[in-house]
Structures are given as structure tokens and as C-alpha cells.
Unconditional design. Structure first.
Lengths: 222, 113
């Protein structure tokens, strides 16, 4: 039998992506651009909340948005109406973005004149959590109709997020959504998780979240 | 689809190492899959040849999967148990609060060439 040469690797399959993400973050620091990775399930209100957030920040910050979807450009068109730069990234069937794809998107967006770049990741609570995109902070949205048990079911995304936005609080009276429980479950997964309750529809709570984000951007770009 | 994205990462990593080590043909890839990593190992096996088609160095190679059990320590009664077999609940005191000790990762272990 032909001898086999064995190469010992012993590293996580995400090691390459993690290294690439670290490099992307280094570049962003040099360019004075803050990248926010926004994750959630489909229909949680990412694009609507983003529109409201942009309205409150666009006078202080130069904003660029990357919309990642498997297909279509409806989200990029919605964001472009707010007057900020928006591009659409197609993942070619993939359920997430990795650091390499994010870097290409950032190049296309052009980070020289951008203070805050926002990546709207593919709507999915599983895969995006596994791939570091190179973002400075990870934010996730959980909307009231999805239920307060999600931190128990999808632990990883709660562990890798820095911020949890509980959206659609205007419909709380119609759902058995327990706000205390969701905070308890989420903090069990990640004690450092910042939690904001918002309604993209009525605007409630959006100011507090937007102020938090503005402070983070200013700190990073100093 | 979840697994396919990971397979692409694996193929890229292995092809990169093969190039660096001046390997012409990879025979097998040993992958350790944790029981709690949230993937189906069968899908890795099923789609491996499809994903590696684009990498000549991986042509005709096989993926060999080793499952790592997901063990946890109960935070309430300190019992050691297998998470999958007990559906996430401590068999002694029924608590769900636990510290997972292993079986969450997907590790590339060896490349045979």
C-alpha cells in the first residue's frame, strides 16, 4: 500500500475565517469606519428598524448600508430612499456572509467617507452566528411575535451578539411574550448583552438605541 | 445549506494547507464533529464530493467524520451527563442549567495525502 503522509491541523474549521475577520477589523480601525453586523430571523423588522435608526443618525454620521440576501434588491432600494449609500450583496444561495464576502462588500461601498457601515445579514438565527464578519459589534433583533423562548433555542446567536433589540413592542398586548423571561434567558446565555426594547413602527425606544450606537461609533473612530 | 457553507470553509482551508505543504493530492480529511455543534454529519458526507469538485487537489478525496460526545456538568446537582441522550436535561435533578464540557466544535484534525 502507498504510504500516507499525515498533516496535523487540529484547528477549528472557522480558524481561517476568524483570522480574516480580525484583519478586516484592523483595516476598519485604520479607515475610522465602524461596522455593525445586524442579524435576525426573516420578518423581524431589520430593514424597517434600520430605516428609523438611519433617520436619527444621518445628520451626525456618514452611513453606508450593505444588504445581504440570497436574491432580490428590495431592501437596498428601501434603504436608498433614506438618502444614505446602500448596496445589495447576493450570497449566491449561501445562508450567511463570511469575512471575505463582507470585505468585498466594504470595498464596493467604499469606506473612506463612511463613519458607520451597517451589514444587514441574511435573515437566519443559525448560520450568521457562526461566521465572524469582521464587524466591530454584532446586533440582533428578536421581534415579539417570535416568542420569548428563542434564547433557549438558538443559544449561539445570543452568545455572539453585543446588543439585543426586542422589536415590535407595540404588539405586546396581543402576544404571550414575557419580557422578564426573555431578558433572563438572554442574560443566562450572555451576561454582557445590552438589551433595548423598541418599536420600529411607533418609534418607541429607537432614540435610546440610536444614541447607544452613535456613542459606540464615536468611540471606535476616535 | 448550513453544512454546505461549512464544507466550503473546510475545502478552502484544506486546499490552502495542501498548497503550502506542496501536496498534489489529498486522500482524506479527518474531521471531528461535536454532537452539540448543530450540524448533521450525514450532510457533510453527502455533499463533500459536490463541494470539493472545484478544488483539483481534493479530487477523489474522502471526508472521515469522528463524532465527539457532548458532555455537560449540571449546575444544580453537579452530575455529569450526555446532553443528547438526556435531551438537554440533567437525568438526576431534571435541571436544564449546565456547563457544557465539550462537543460544541467542528475541528479539522488531520489531512492524509
Amino acid at each position: 500500500m502507498e504510504p500516507v503522509r499525515i498533516i496535523e491541523v487540529k484547528e477549528s474549521i472557522f480558524a481561517n475565517n476568524d483570522a480574516e475577520a480580525k484583519r478586516v477589523r484592523g483595516e476598519l480601525k485604520k479607515d475610522k469606519t465602524f461596522l455593525l453586523n445586524l442579524m435576525s430571523s426573516p420578518g423581524s423588522g431589520k430593514t424597517t428598524l434600520l430605516t428609523r435608526t438611519i433617520e436619527r443618525l444621518k445628520n451626525d454620521l456618514r452611513i453606508g448600508v450593505m444588504e445581504a440576501d440570497i436574491d432580490s434588491d428590495v431592501d437596498a432600494l428601501t434603504i436608498a430612499k433614506t438618502g444614505v449609500k446602500a448596496i445589495q450583496l447576493h450570497t449566491g444561495g449561501m445562508c450567511h456572509l463570511d469575512a471575505g464576502m463582507t470585505e468585498q462588500g466594504l470595498k464596493q461601498l467604499g469606506t473612506n467617507d463612511i463613519d458607520l457601515a451597517i451589514l444587514e445579514n441574511v435573515g437566519n438565527l443559525v448560520c450568521p452566528a457562526e461566521f465572524d464578519t469582521g464587524a466591530v459589534k454584532n446586533a440582533m433583533i428578536l421581534s415579539v411575535p417570535e416568542g420569548h423562548d428563542k434564547p433557549l433555542k438558538y443559544p449561539l446567536i445570543f452568545e455572539v451578539s453585543d446588543v439585543l433589540l426586542i422589536n415590535k413592542i407595540d404588539v405586546l398586548p396581543y402576544f404571550d411574550f414575557d419580557m422578564e423571561k426573555v431578558v433572563e434567558y438572554a442574560h443566562k446565555r450572555n451576561p454582557n448583552l445590552e438589551i433595548f426594547s423598541v418599536s420600529a413602527k411607533t418609534g418607541e425606544g429607537v432614540e435610546v438605541w440610536a444614541n447607544w450606537l452613535r456613542a459606540q461609533v464615536k468611540e471606535w473612530n476616535r | 445549506m448550513h453544512e454546505v457553507g461549512m464544507l466550503v470553509e473546510i475545502a478552502k482551508t484544506v486546499a490552502g494547507i495542501a498548497a503550502k505543504e506542496q501536496v498534489e493530492r489529498v486522500k482524506y480529511v479527518d474531521l471531528e464533529v461535536g454532537e452539540l455543534s448543530g450540524v448533521l454529519p450525514e450532510i457533510f458526507e453527502q455533499y463533500y464530493s459536490f463541494v470539493t469538485e472545484e478544488y483539483p487537489v481534493l479530487k477523489d478525496s474522502e471526508i472521515r467524520i469522528h463524532i465527539v460526545p457532548g458532555e455537560a456538568l449540571c449546575n444544580d446537582c453537579h452530575a455529569l451527563y450526555n446532553v443528547m441522550k438526556n435531551e438537554g436535561k440533567c437525568p438526576r435533578c431534571e435541571s436544564r442549567y449546565k456547563t457544557v464540557l465539550g462537543g460544541q466544535k467542528i475541528m479539522l484534525q488531520y489531512i492524509g495525502c
